[in-house]
Design a protein around this ligand. Structure first.
Ligand code: 5GP
Length: 173
């Protein structure tokens, strides 16, 4: 399989630094306890970069929800496979995702987490495919809008591999 770069690592690093500043400014204004929650597995690299760019005290936690497997379409059904370790009531939650595509995953996760009464829920995603949206998701902090193409690298998989590419890639001939 051949692939090429869609977004390079310098552009990603610069955008993550900017997102860190936006997020820090927001929570410095709002105040309170912040819990940054990464949705595994795709968010792990972005999350590691993003939290290092946030200048506001916070805890981190991870959650795994069922995803596509090797398919490239969303069922709309989301199950919690691994839940949070921490309680979230009264805390500001910042959910960190690799990519928002149809929006089904986030829609369901947000609804589940709202029941646990956090102080607020905000969303940070590295990538956004607005053309594929089925559910309206309030994206507070967005890295890049991308076209409707299957991407991988920076934590995102191609058939469970290539998560380690330090840039965002697409298939080519
Ligand atoms: P949604 O529920 O928004 O349709 O899907 C979100 C999840 O689908 C992402 O967390 C990711 O796991 C997967 N996904 C969506 N688009 C892509 C893509 O272009 N590449 C990869 N590797 N995963 C994707």
């Amino acid at each position: 399989m051949n692939y090429k770069e869609l977004i390079g690592k310098d552009a990603i690093a610069q955008r993550i630094a900017e997102m860190g500043q936006e997020i820090s400014a927001h929570y410095n204004k709002v105040g309170g306890d912040l819990l940054v929650v990464g949705l595994l597995r795709g968010s792990f690299i972005f999350m590691a970069d993003l939290v290092r760019a946030i200048d506001y005290d916070h805890e981190i936690d991870f959650m795994t929800v069922s995803s596509y497997g090797n398919n490239t379409t969303s069922s709309g059904d989301v199950k919690i496979v691994m839940d949070l370790n921490k309680t979230i009531d009264g805390k500001h939650l910042l959910l960190v995702e690799d990519i928002v595509d149809t929006g089904n995953t986030f829609h369901n996760v947000i609804n589940l987490l709202k029941l646990r009464q956090p102080a607020s829920i905000s969303v940070a995603t590295m990538l956004n495919k607005p053309s594929r949206r089925e559910k309206e998701i309030p994206i507070d902090f967005c890295g890049f809008d991308i076209p409707d193409e299957f991407v991988f690298g920076m934590g995102l998989d191609f058939e469970q591999k290539l998560r380690n590419l330090p840039y965002i890639a697409v298939k080519c001939d």
